[in-house]
Write a protein that binds this ligand. Structure first.
Ligand SMILES: Cc1ncc(COP(=O)(O)O)c(C=O)c1O
Length: 397
């Protein structure tokens, strides 16, 4: 009987733990600090641009690889912010979110038998993405800092040991989900040296580019000497403009790679929503102050949630970018992260994500991630509920 058989590929991964936590939060009436979507309004001007595009009847398929004006806006923004000059006609593909840009890129460049290096902990999509593209992920650890205020880091020797003749690509994510790490220029140069030595591509997810704190600066690896022609840069509107439901993202890559990405993208989804692409043109032209205030507001949210998770007794690592706080929950004495998160959602009324969903190894078994892309009122309400945990640490001491 083959009717219930599923493919070997689909059998290799589970449903998204993050999206499942959102469903659990709804079931238990918990405050959702699990999934990374804002609960505050998107900017008025961007919403109006979307409404106007629909009213102006931009309602049919856009060009499959993206409306020309949006590709031009993406190229202009990359030049302004990263000093990178790309040709919107041959090097930019608009997709249904960075999510589709990543899977389309991997399917476009990877073959079975090849390997792709992924830093661990990783954004959970990268594992299944690698499986679906037929390649094998090889993980390199990002080690937590000794002090909560320190930086997550990789061991250069461990990174070098992951490269071999089968390595086709390395996936980067900076600013990083879930650790909040912002890769420095020096680190990216080390990665560049290995990419050149082993003839490897970099596929970099820069969706949190503008959510960055404490004087850290975002560096695109494509802008580092020697990398322009071997990098696929992925980004999108979701996080920068607080429109995660619009599903507009893009991949920027040299023409040969772009040709392959466009073919895969076309057959996966045909194209992203046309009126929302039109609104994207307006959004990407916003002045620098927009991005400055975005980062400032997120820093305040970070500080707010950091203070309350620390007061509640969690050991929280200070994120330098993106909108998550990774914590070490070992002091609470639960069997593992999943047991802790179950207790949190059912008894405390706050949903978070078990750290193990960001790891292939067992290193995340005492880690839990909280999202702070939420209104002050939401963060305060969650903070209040979390204080019930403090009593528990004292009780178990
Ligand atoms: C690192 C990273 N990449 C991509 C995405 C999803 O991006 P998009 O909404 O553009 O598909 C997320 C969302 O949480 C993310 O954290």
């Amino acid at each position: 009987m083959r009717q219930n058989k599923i493919s070997t590929k689909a059998a290799q991964f589970t449903e998204s733990v993050i999206r499942d936590m959102t469903r659990q939060a709804m079931r238990h009436g918990a405050i959702n600090l699990a999934q990374g979507f804002p609960d505050f309004a998107a900017p008025e001007a961007i919403k109006r641009a979307g409404q106007e595009a629909i009213a102006a009847d931009i309602n049919q398929y856009a060009i499959t690889w993206g409306a020309k004006e949006l590709r031009q806006a993406i190229a202009r923004k990359l030049e302004t912010w990263q000093g990178l000059r790309v040709d919107p006609e041959t090097e930019v593909t608009v997709c249904c979110g960075a999510t589709e840009a990543m899977i389309a890129s991997l399917m476009a460049v990877l073959d079975p038998g090849e390997e792709v290096i992924v830093f661990e902990p990783f954004y959970e999509n990268y594992g299944p993405d690698a499986v679906l593209s037929g390649a094998a992920p090889r993980f390199v650890t990002l080690h937590p800092p000794r002090e909560p205020q320190g930086e997550w880091s990789f061991d250069p020797q461990e990174l070098r040991a992951a490269f071999n003749q089968r390595t086709r690509a390395i996936i980067l994510n900076t600013p990083n989900n879930p650790t909040g790490k912002v890769f420095t220029r020096a680190e990216l140069e080390q990665i560049r040296d290995l990419c050149l030595e082993f003839d490897v591509l970099a596929i970099t997810d820069e969706i949190y580019e503008h959510i960055i704190f404490d004087g850290h600066r975002h560096v695109s690896i494509a802008a580092i000497d020697g990398m322009r022609d071997r990098t696929i840069t992925i980004n999108g509107m979701s996080k920068t403009y607080s429109v995660t439901g619009w599903r507009i993202g893009w991949a920027v890559a040299p023409p040969v790679l772009t040709g392959a990405i466009r073919k895969v993208h076309d057959f996966l989804t045909v194209g992203a929503a046309a009126p929302l692409q039109a609104a994207g043109v307006m959004a990407l032209a916003l002045p620098a102050e927009y991005y400055e205030s975005l980062a400032r507001e997120y820093r305040l949210r970070r500080d707010r949630l950091l203070a309350s998770v620390r007061e509640a007794g969690l050991r929280a690592f200070t994120p330098r970018g993106a909108y998550y706080i990774m914590t070490d929950v070992a002091p609470f004495g639960f069997a593992d992260d999943v047991a802790f998160v179950k207790f949190l959602v059912e008894e405390i009324g706050v949903a978070a994500v078990p750290g193990s969903s960001f790891y292939k190894s067992s290193a995340g078994k005492q880690q839990v991630r909280f999202a702070f892309c939420k209104r002050d009122a939401t963060l305060d309400a969650a903070g209040e509920r979390l204080q019930k945990l403090a009593a528990r640490t004292h009780a178990t001491q």
